[in-house]
Design a protein around this ligand. Sequence first.
Ligand code: AMP
Length: 272
Amino acid sequence: MQAHSDEMRRLGKKIVFVPTMGFLHEGHLSLMREGLRHGDYLVVSIFVNPAQFAPGEDLDSYPRSLERDLDLVEKENAGAVFTPRDSELYPGGFQTYVSLEHLPLHLCGISRPTFFRGVATVVSKLFNIVKPHIAVFGEKDFQQLLIIRRMVRDMNFDINIVNAPIIREPDGLAMSSRNAYLTKAQRPAALSLYKSLLSAKELVQNKIIDAARIIDESKKIINSHMETEIDYINVCDPQTLDDLPVIDRTALMALAVRVGKTRLIDNMLLTP
Ligand code: AMP
């Protein structure tokens, strides 16, 4: 892959990279399309990264569909797909990790304390392997996007990070490979994440800017469904992720909710 990227660079190509864990959906494809607006040689990686799963999480059951994914990526005009084996990225003796000090101490990092270390490590490795000029990340994983941007600045990666908006199902559910775990009966519960964000947006539009009250409303919406268990609902600064008690400027509302065994996340920017 490194030799191939060197060759593409020598030919004057602008390499744009979309890292994924596969089981591709329209959200992933939108990143690829956005990428090709910024560069002219698209590389997609498909790798379910063991380093970002804690023991007991869904590493083994994570949905996989390589053949179908390869078809989809080809249709998006990718130049190359990188699908390393676990043992290629993490050979015996592997012991170097990338971790950030502050941003992972919020939101998803609280219930998944080693998650962002796994993400930052694999993304660094993939950047060094794929050697892209540009890399695209989705706002669906807002905290991840901030962490990658911070890491790129802190570590002087010579890569432009581009973000792409959340793609949703027609009913509003944010697309996710993990939606495949949901049963039909769990769907309304899954949709309550988006509904609670919409309700928050409406409250802010009606000049209700007290974060605690907004979070309370969201909790009510989500808890009215069977099988939901809230991990967190936060209203915070979209750069630092520190809590914002009052929405007197643009705030990020982010939440993680378990629906049955499936952990779902979603977010929205709220502007007063
Ligand atoms: P994943 O395969 O879940 O690791 O996601 C790979 C990339 O796709 C990440 O940058 C995600 O933020 C992005 N992504 C996942 N779901 C969506 C979505 N519904 N809309 C936009 N981007 C997404």
